[in-house]
Design a protein around this ligand. Structure first.
Ligand code: PMP
Ligand code: GLN
Length: 383
């Protein structure tokens, strides 16, 4: 078998979820909500199943979903998108990321990434023969160092992979940071693959797609996820927005990887995208309240939290309680001894890069209030 894949460890999310089940822990590790998505979406999906929407969808997605993605791009960000040739529906953002990278990369190309980063990025790049150039946003403020970012770009750079709002840090890139990135993309005549799965989950700040910045309409590939936008992570419906020249190549990659995605779920997601502003405002308000509840509880227990303006996640500093343990050992003990699962942040760094921080752990706060209170109760008993 392929040596790299054969030796790739099982993802930390699966490892920690299995430990959480084994120890009957409150699972604040893997990022998934513990509630169902909106009733109207579930009903639309069930109706579509009964309605005979059970054979292959068109390669680039059901027309009604592509049209809804185009409308949402316009309503939310003022982008004008042609649903016929600029939208591709995929099996989750995970597939969207892989096919976007496949569409652009030739072996030996360099890719700029920002650490801490989501755990599928580096393995996919490795399989494609790309060379990663990682830049770090540093705790405690997740500041993006301009000099290091500039230095990561070269005449071999094919693209930057940008995740905003960012997992695991919760950082939402500012307009100024996006303009810097856009200027580097233009200067080096390259592309940007933008993982925007948490686009609607921001707290007090607005998400700005890189695609809306000057010069980026033809160079940015924008990726969204119904799993995150509608709290249905198991559905695995993602959507890509890109200019026709890029979308047509991405469609070829999608053709050989998945070809199409569940038509009944696509139809339901189309109705979800039309729910509009009020729905997303309620979702982000509710998540913000839960972030505040949980972060304040952590502070009171001696775990300072880092700023998290978006996503499902908040990162906490374990230094005061670590007693010599690194973040991985701490998370293992936390599951077994306190009955709460979290994710060590060192898992979000290139294993072949400089040593990662070892004093940070990530909690998912996308859980109901009683569940978060129970986690805090357990932590209070333990610390
Ligand atoms: N990108 C990021 C940053 C994520 O956190 C996740 C995980 N939820 C994904 C992509 C994958 O999204 P999906 O479940 O739609 O494949
Ligand atoms: N994105 C989720 C997280 O960061 C995990 C998804 C997965 O397990 N593949 O927790």
């Amino acid at each position: 078998p392929n040596e790299f894949l054969n030796s790739l460890p099982t993802t930390i999310f699966t490892t920690m979820s299995q430990l959480a089940v084994a120890h009957d822990a409150v699972n604040l590790g893997q990022g998934f909500p513990d509630t169902e998505g909106p009733a109207s979406l579930i009903e639309a999906a069930a109706a579509a199943l009964k309605d005979g929407r059970n054979q292959y969808a068109p390669l680039t997605g059901l027309p009604e979903l592509r049209e809804a993605v185009a409308r949402a791009n316009n309503r939310d960000y003022g982008l004008t998108v042609d649903p016929a040739c600029e939208v591709i529906v995929t099996s989750g953002a995970t597939e969207a990321l892989a096919v976007s990278l496949m569409a652009l990369i030739e072996p030996g190309d360099e890719v700029v990434l920002i650490e801490p980063l989501y755990d599928t990025y580096l393995p996919v790049l490795k399989m494609l023969g790309a060379i990663p150039r990682c830049v770090r946003v540093e705790a405690p403020n997740w500041h993006l160092p301009e000099d290091a970012l500039r230095a990561a770009f070269s005449d071999k750079t094919k693209l930057i992979l940008l995740n905003s709002p960012m997992n695991p840090s919760g950082k939402v890139f500012t307009a100024q940071e996006l303009d810097l990135i856009a200027s580097l993309v233009l200067q080096h005549d390259c592309y940007a693959v933008c993982d925007e799965v948490y686009e609607h989950l921001t707290f007090g700040v607005k998400h700005v797609p890189l695609m809306t910045r000057p010069g980026m309409r033809e160079r940015a590939i924008r990726i969204g996820s119904a799993g995150k936008s509608f709290s249905v992570t198991g559905w695995k419906i993602g959507y890509i927005t890109a200019c026709p020249a890029l979308a047509s190549v991405i469609a070829k990659a999608h053709q050989i990887i998945a070809f199409s995605s569940a038509p009944n779920l696509q139809r339901a997601v189309a109705t979800g995208l039309d729910l509009g502003d009020d729905f997303f405002t309620d979702l982000s308000d509710s998540l913000r309240a839960r972030r505040d509840l949980f972060a304040e509880g952590l502070h009171a227990l001696g775990f300072p939290t880092l700023p998290a303006d978006g996503s499902y996640f908040v990162v906490a500093d374990i230094s005061a309680h670590a007693k010599g343990r690194d973040d991985m050992a701490f998370c293992r003990d936390l599951v077994t001894d306190a009955g709460v699962a979290a994710i060590p942040v060192s898992a979000f760094y290139d294993p072949h890069g400089a040593p990662p921080p070892r004093h940070l752990i990530r909690f998912a706060f996308c859980k109901t209030e009683p569940v978060l209170r129970e986690a805090l109760r357990r932590l209070t008993l333990h610390f």
